[in-house]
Design a protein around this ligand. Structure first.
Ligand code: PMP
Length: 379
């Protein structure tokens, strides 16, 4: 059979590669972003209870109505928004699926999408599989801030969308209100959509405020805001998320969703609807993760790695330029094999493999895991 690959440049993701290598070499995996501690027992009980209560058949294609209403209540309170659950919230198979569906809803062959690099690895293939073109713009190193002059220069009549991600994976950078104002100036008077990846909305530190696109009605009207329960409730394996958009955009989004997943896990949705009433479960996350970030930074201070600023997400980037001039991929592999610590080389988040000699570490782990990892690095 002859198959014309729609994604000829795509291989196995670096996360899978590094995680496999970590298993092979019994390394501590600070590469892939997932917690190694238990999630809430209460939420597990709610999910079990939901199955016993009979939430086991296809739920509504748009998602459990109570869950959608409670999500609308949540963002309306947190971001002073005016979202209606019924017409604007769609439950999805994780944040990735929400982003993919949003791209597929709007992109036509030849469209351009502005992507900031280093970028989460699903964005480029999501764009390319739709026949569109990713226009990469590098965040300024080492602050990972957006070079707005370059954005203005790269916007063209073909620009269909801009994807933003705050707090950002892999850099831990967060957008400020000034950035939002710059974004507004770029898109004003155009037909450019915004995909706003906000899966780390609650993982934000040092008193910074999450700049949800939902705070800004003029921008929200042209946006698909994408969220993940996996990050918020320490259950990345549940693969549950949601997309919030205007009724008009949501109607189109749901056309694509309806003939793809059609609907998402019923008992988990019922459980999440109940658990959402517990505000502390998400409002406490900044403190919870900031402590981990500070603990990890404290330990890493004794190594030759130099911390780059991280204000959000559960990632912290470290420069190893003072240790070796090896390529970051080679160094990451060597650390895994020789020291037993896996991290992700930042070059894998750039289409052209830009190598600033930086590794990304996930600090969303137990303190003992972080301690053992740094002990190994010091050995
Ligand atoms: N966006 C970003 C920036 C992420 O880091 C991730 C998860 N690593 C996702 C989206 C995907 O979230 P989910 O696991 O819910 O699909």
């Amino acid at each position: 059979m002859i198959i014309h690959s729609k994604l000829p440049d795509v291989g196995t993701t670096i996360f899978t590669t590094m995680s496999q290598l970590a298993v092979e070499h019994k390394a501590i995996n600070l590469g892939q972003g997932f917690p190694d501690y238990a999630m809430s027992e209460e939420l597990i009980d709610l999910a079990t209870e939901a199955m016993r209560k009979g939430f086991n058949q296809y739920p509504h294609t748009n998602g459990n109505p109570l869950l959608r209403q409670r999500l609308a209540d949540k963002v309306n309170k947190l971001y002073n928004a005016n979202v209606v659950g019924d017409t604007q919230v769609t439950i999805t198979v994780g944040g990735t699926y929400a982003i993919y569906t949003a791209f597929t809803t709007i992109l036509e062959p030849g469209d351009e999408v502005i992507v900031f690099e280093p970028a989460f690895d699903s964005y480029l293939p999501n764009i390319e599989v739709n026949g569109a073109i990713a226009v990469g713009i590098k965040l300024q190193y080492p602050t990972f801030s957006i070079p707005w002059d370059e954005v203005r220069a790269k916007v063209s009549p073909k620009t269909k969308a801009i994807i933003i991600n705050t707090p950002q994976n892999p850099s831990g950078a967060v957008l400020s209100e000034d950035d939002i104002n710059e974004l507004r100036r770029v898109v004003e008077g155009t037909n450019i959509f915004i995909i706003s990846d906000e899966v780390y909305e609650h993982l934000i530190y040092d008193g910074k405020q999450h700049q949800s696109i939902l705070r800004y009605p003029d921008l929200a009207a042209r946006s698909f805001a994408c969220f993940s329960f996996g990050k918020t409730y320490h259950c990345t394996g549940w693969k549950m998320g949601y997309c919030i958009a205007s009724p008009q955009l949501t109607a189109e989004f749901r056309k694509v969703h309806q003939f793809n997943a059609f609907c998402c896990n019923a008992p988990i949705q019922a459980a999440l609807a109940e658990y959402l009433l517990n505000e502390n479960a998400y409002l406490g996350l900044s403190n919870f993760f900031q402590q981990k970030r500070d603990y990890f930074q404290g330990l890493m201070g004794h190594t030759g790695f130099k911390a780059l600023p991280s204000y959000g997400s559960y990632f912290q980037c470290y420069s190893f330029a003072g240790i070796t001039d090896e390529a970051d991929k080679d160094f990451a592999i060597r650390l895994t094999k020789e020291k037993g610590v896996a991290a992700i080389p930042l070059s894998s988040f750039y289409k052209d493999g830009t190598d600033n000699k930086v590794l990304r570490f996930c600090f969303g782990k137990k303190e003992e895991t972080l301690k053992e990892a740094v002990d190994r690095l010091l050995r």
